[in-house]
Write a new protein. Sequence first.
Length: 313
Amino acid sequence: MISPVVGVAEEKRTLQDESIYDLLVDRFNNGDFENDLDTDTRNPSKFSGGDFAGIIDRLEYFSEMGFTLISVGPIFSTETYDGSEVLDYEKLEPHFGTKEDFTKMIDAIHEKNIGVVADFPLNGVSENHVWVKDGLLPTVPASEGTVDWVHTDAEVKGMLKDAIVSFVNAYELEGIRITDLGQFDIAYLNEVIAAVKDAKPNMYVFTTEATQAEFDGAPNFEKSEAIQQAYVTYDPDTSQLSLFNDNVDTDFIQFDELTGPRFTHKMVEERMFPPARWKLALAALFTLPGVPVVTYETEMAVNGKEAPESHPL
C-alpha cells in the first residue's frame, strides 16, 4: 500500500494577519542596569532605563497577549528618551544597548514567532546630528534643538536612502516604520520604499502619517477617530462606524498613538470607567477590518494627555 505524499506550504503571515504592540524602549522595562548612565526615573523628561534586555525579559508578556509584531520605535543614538532627536543613523542609543544586544533581542522575539519593527525618523533630528556637525548636508530649523533636512537637496535624499537601506540590511527586522516625513515628496518616498524592497523583498514598510506614497501600512485617522467617538462613552452616536463598510483590511486602526493623548484620558474626561470602556473598545479594534495598533500599557489603562506624562515607565 502506498501512502499519499502530502505537501504542506510554509505558513506566512500577511499584513492582514498582523497586530502591533507599539512601545518605546526606554519606557518599557529595565533589564540591564549597567547602561543606566544618567537615568532619572523621577524626571519624566529624562531616560528611565528601559533597554533591549528589558524587552527580552518580558517576551512571555507579548506572547500571552497574542501580538504578532512589536514596534520598538526609534532606536538610534538620540538626545531624548523617545528616540526622536537622532544624533547618528549609524549608531544605536547606548541607553538601550549595543548592536549585539539588539540582535539578541530580535532573535529572542523571533523565537516567540513575533516580528520586530523599528522606526527611522526622516526629520526632526537633533541639531547635534553628526551630519549637521560635520557640515555634510543642508538643514532648516525645526522645533527647539532640532532640524529638518532640506527636502529638495539631491545629496540629502541620497544619504537618507542609503542610511535606511544600510539599517534594514544590518538587522533581521520584519518592518521599518518611516516617520517625520516632512516635505519629502511622494516620488522620493516611493523611491525609498522601492530601495527597501530591493534590499529586503518581504519587509514591511510603514509610516505614522497619512500619505499617498506606496507604504504597506499607514494609519487611517478618520477610522481611528470614528472608533474613539463610538467607544469613549456609553450610548454614543456610532454612525461613523459605517466607514468600516469599505472592508479595507490594511488600514492601521488605533485608539491612541505615542505622540498624542491616551484614549484613557478621553474616557476620564467623559467621567467614564476606563476598564469597562476598554474591554468594549479593544473587542471592536480586533474585530473591525484593519490592522490593530495598540500603544504600550493600554492593557493597564494608562492615562496621560501629552508626553512625557503619557509615556510612563
